[in-house]
Design a protein around this ligand. Sequence first.
Ligand SMILES: *Cc1c(COP(=O)(O)O)cnc(C)c1O
Length: 255
Amino acid sequence: MARKTALQERLDDIRQRISDAAAKARRDAAEITLVAVTKTATPEAVREILQLGVLDLGESRMQVLAQRAGMMNELMARRAALGELPVPKPRWHMVGHLQRNKVRSVLPLVHLVHSVDSLRLAEEIDSAAARLGKPASVLLQVNAAEEAQKFGCAVGAAVHLAEQLDSMPNVQLCGLMTMAPFVAGESAVRQCFSRTRELFEEMRWHKIGGNRLRHLSMGMSNDFEWAIAEGATMVRLGSALFGGEGDHTEDPPET
Ligand SMILES: *Cc1c(COP(=O)(O)O)cnc(C)c1O
């Protein structure tokens, strides 16, 4: 047996922690998707994690996502041309704030946009998706933290906004996303997650999004076990997998 790489060991550890947290909450770990946020990952690490079977990759900046997706496509084409073993195809998740003028270029590359937080952004996505001839899967980002955060719609506005997204022909609302306050104790963090979960239940009660409304994207490297306890179906992990300081600034530089 070859020795495990550092990344492999970290991934094993994370998978164990996900399954322990799920068991503790009497949930099935199979309903929790690990999204590997590749912000701090080297290109080699991105390739390696795909080969280790993690196909859901996230980026918070649209330019980086586009670059990485392009690189992976080239790599796959090169391997195919050489008759080499293919690298699995990633599903890209846009987890960071999305500027409206970037929608048209990023949409063809992404599997799921986690960060829709306004009607205007959703309208832009709806029309870009119509042009592409492919409906866009999105999550509504909710600002459920007590502290003032820049992005995410207000809790009080979420249900109405969800209804509006749901009525758009080329937008498929698949759930909610939230970010907990980064420096906060367990109770504040869990309250943010449980509030998002309550909103999610309320939307399901009103049948917003129909059967598609299935996802709660919440939990990062430092709080994903609490998020799983509160019902997360997607956890977005960066630094726990790839090391480095997670960059949690919500305000990407203008590009
Ligand atoms: C960076 C980032 C993550 C991952 O954060 P880590 O603490 O490194 O796990 C998750 N979600 C969003 C929106 C991010 O910007």
